[in-house]
Design a protein. Structure first.
Length: 363
């Protein structure tokens, strides 16, 4: 019955006896291997002859193993010299009494499938290599961007400091001298002279301009940041911002360790940007500022009671201000998180590492 069916199957059917001898090979042997079935049956080493030398040991090992033989693919060389791939399914055969009768092999030409798979594997490897190369290129570009960003931030701060000093030293001194000259001019007029009132108005205008110049100078680069440190600069910034914005600002700061100039500047600018954003865009009436050193890190939290960030992930915001804050903190080795608490508002948290030798100073 088996031979009746096997003689007409498209696949190559083989029956190997318990001793390893070939008992049957279907007529499709000619189409698959190029060898006639009768010639193959008379050749005890038929499979060793047609299976590729690199694949035969694996095939032989699988056939000699006890138990079920797994499906496997291997190459054979046809009579005309061409190489093809065969897929083999192996079934152990037993008679009704349970005695082992050998193996039944079903072999199918899967050359197209294997070549397609190999092509896809090569394409995948090529794609992975291109992705790796592109990733390395992007990483190099990212590092260059970060280096440029750091250079620009440093240059901007230096330029801010230079302009601040120029405004304070030149304009401030000139306006002070002008005010003193107007004062002398005012005193030179007789008491009750109408020109005294006109000069007094000019003195008031000059005094207001001088205060504006000083404010601009401080905003460009607050001198206390360099002279008195981060703690005093934060206290001054929150106090003056509350006065100018009309918002209630609650500052709570524990002992603040000594910070480098870069760390102080980065945290100061983050605080400045966060409070400005809250005042301009959130509709907040209150801002809470917390500065706390814990272990080897210093954390700055700025929270407001405004309308909060848009729906979705707050971190995904493409605001240049937020990107700038994140980059400043990254440049000093820290991280910045933006969250929208369920109670409303927005919290910006900056965390920077502290040097091992950092020492607590004034709060």
């Amino acid at each position: 019955m088996y031979r009746t069916v096997a003689d007409f199957t498209y696949d190559l059917e083989v029956w190997i006896g318990p001793a390893g001898d070939l008992l049957y090979i279907s007529p499709s042997c000619s189409r698959v291997t190029g060898y006639e079935a009768d010639d193959a049956l008379r050749d005890p080493g038929f499979f060793e002859r047609i299976i590729a030398a690199d694949d035969f040991p694996r095939w032989r090992q699988a056939m000699d193993a006890r138990g079920d033989i797994p499906s496997m693919d291997f190459r054979i060389r046809r009579l005309d010299g061409t190489e093809i791939w065969l897929a083999q399914e192996t079934t152990r055969v037993f008679d009704p009494g349970g005695r082992f009768q050998g193996w039944r092999l079903s072999l199918r030409d899967v050359t197209d499938r294997v070549r397609t798979r190999m092509f896809l594997d090569q394409a995948r490897l090529h794609l992975e290599e291109r992705v790796r190369e592109r990733t390395e290129e992007l990483e190099v570009s990212r590092e260059r961007y970060r280096a440029l960003s750091g250079y620009l931030q440093d240059s901007i701060e230096k330029e801010r400091g230079r302009i601040s000093r120029e405004i304070h030293d030149v304009l401030g001194q000139d306006l002070t001298a002008l005010n003193m000259g107007l004062h002398r001019l005012e005193r030179s007029f007789p008491t009750g002279d109408a020109r005294q009132g006109q000069v007094a108005e000019l003195r008031g205008l000059v005094a207001g301009t001088l205060e504006t110049v000083r404010r601009i100078s401080r905003e460009l680069r607050p001198p206390m940041l360099d002279e008195l440190g981060f703690a005093e600069a934060v206290a001054w910034l929150t106090r003056t911002f509350a006065q100018s914005s009309g918002l209630r600002i609650d500052l709570k700061a524990g002992p603040i360790p000594d910070l480098s100039a870069e760390q102080s500047t980065a945290l100061y600018r983050v605080l400045q940007e966060a409070m400005t954003n809250a005042a301009r865009h959130s509709g907040a009436t209150r801002i809470d500022v917390r500065v706390q050193a814990s272990g080897a890190a210093l954390t700055l939290d700025v929270s407001d009671n405004g309308i909060g960030m848009p729906a979705g992930r707050p971190e995904s915001s493409g605001s240049l201000g937020l990107m700038g804050m994140r980059e400043r903190i990254r440049m000093v080795g820290g991280t910045l998180e933006i969250t929208a608490p369920k109670a409303g508002g927005t919290t910006i948290s900056a965390r920077i590492p502290l040097a091992a030798e950092a020492r607590p100073c004034a709060s």
